[in-house]
Design a protein around this ligand. Structure first.
Ligand SMILES: [Zn+2]
Length: 65
């Protein structure tokens, strides 16, 4: 299944948003993530973010500084 706006056929990049980023049409719920999925994704991102901050990679930190 591919995720496209039913109105303008543009691909849906973020299934967290209820409206199409291109034309602003409301997207059908079957194209969107459930609130549970969004929540699970947030937790996962948060954990990855935390891990990255606690154990920064030597390459990236030296290039930033
Ligand atoms: Zn659209």
């Amino acid at each position: 299944m591919d995720f496209k706006c039913p109105k303008c056929q543009s691909p849906i990049y973020s299934r967290r948003h209820k409206k199409c980023g291109q034309c602003g049409a409301e997207l059908p719920p079957e194209l969107l993530l459930t609130s549970e999925q969004v929540k699970a994704m947030d937790v996962q991102l948060e954990q990855e973010d935390k891990r990255r901050r606690e154990f920064p990679l030597p390459d990236t930190s030296s290039s930033v500084l």
